[in-house]
Design a protein around this ligand. Structure first.
Ligand code: HEC
Length: 151
């Protein structure tokens, strides 16, 4: 059966009206950084410190180690984040959390501010589909916290 054009148009407009991309606001990349806060405000370092340890939400310590509690629960797949606030600026940290694949398409680090499509090729667990992994506020909290990490 072939669909009439009007039917396709109707379907497309329904899809875009409920698009998960609504949860991701545009941002500008300059060099290897996103200079502007995603929320227009500074994040809360204390909330960021809590979030980075939440293995079931931020996932960071599945791969990274750093000066966080419970070292035996931290990962070894990724660079240690000790002193990262001295090596990377806020803008550089932001881009790495938002979408590190822009710098290294082969990176295993998830894109945190992007939407994982819900299709047959991506077997992502239901709770993670069709929305960014973290909100803009949560990313700003992490950026604020990581900036405090000095050796
Ligand atoms: C699945 C593993 C994985 C997860 C989960 C992950 N990362 Fe990463 N991350 C990496 C790897 C691997 C790198 C090294 C760079 C690359 O792959 O291009 C990296 C790089 C980084 C860097 C740059 C480090 C440097 O020395 O330059 C920062 C900052 C960072 N991650 C922060 C985070 C934060 C914050 C989270 C949680 C919100 C997180 N990562 C979650 C794997 C991960």
């Amino acid at each position: 059966m072939t669909w009439p054009l009007w039917a396709l148009c109707a379907l497309t407009s329904v899809a875009s009206a409920t698009s998960p991309l609504q949860n991701v606001q545009p941002y500008a990349v300059t060099g290897d950084a996103i200079e502007k806060s995603l929320t227009g405000q500074a994040g809360d370092a204390k909330r960021g410190a809590e979030l980075i340890q939440q293995r079931h939400k931020s996932l960071c310590v599945l791969c990274h180690s750093g000066p966080f509690p419970d070292p035996h629960l931290q990962g070894t797949l990724a660079p240690d984040l000790t002193g990262i606030g001295e090596r990377l600026s806020a803008g550089q940290l932001r881009l790495r959390i938002v979408d590190t694949k822009r710098l290294n398409p082969a990176s295993i680090m998830p894109t945190y501010y992007g939407v994982i499509a819900n299709d047959k090729d991506t077997r992502v667990a239901d709770g993670w589909r069709n929305k960014p992994v973290l909100t803009a506020e949560e990313i700003e909290d992490l950026v604020a916290y990581l900036q405090t990490l000095r050796r």
